[in-house]
Design a protein around this ligand. Structure first.
Ligand code: MN
Length: 137
């Protein structure tokens, strides 16, 4: 049984629906609840929930940034050329403009973060099983 099963129902904010719109950029199943999508506000806010093993592809936020606020479970954040950071509830990650990175769940745990995002994403290659399996908490 995976850890933090309760995360699948949403911690604080609802988990939302299956993340079909971005499914092509993820390995595994994620869920998305859009919390702020206001044309007069230059950031979007979403609650993203990852099943165990789920992670997004390498990507870059161009002409913007991303703030991840971890609300539940266990997961990972990694910038290219740096060690992966293990994440748990209460962790905060800042991704600057132009930095290639990925984020997602640990192999044995549900994971959830709020994502506050500005700019335009560029989606790149998947995070290989080879890399993902070598991550150590
Ligand atoms: Mn990102």
């Amino acid at each position: 049984m995976a850890k933090f099963e309760e995360v699948k129902n949403g911690i604080i904010f609802p988990a939302g629906e299956k993340n079909e719109a971005y499914a092509q950029y993820f390995i595994g199943q994620s869920y998305l609840k859009t919390l702020v999508a206001d044309p007069d506000v230059n950031v979007g806010v979403g609650n993203v929930t990852f099943e165990p093993g789920c992670r997004n592809n390498w990507h870059i936020h161009h002409d913007g940034f991303q703030l991840l606020l971890v609300t539940g479970g266990e997961g990972w954040y990694q910038e290219e050329g740096k060690p992966a950071q293990f994440l748990t509830a209460g962790d905060v990650v800042v991704t600057h403009d132009g930095v290639k990175h990925w984020h997602g769940a640990a192999e044995d745990s549900w994971f959830e973060h709020l994502a506050i995002t500005a700019g335009t994403p560029e989606w790149l290659e998947p995070v290989s099983d080879e890399l993902y399996r070598t991550l150590e908490k």
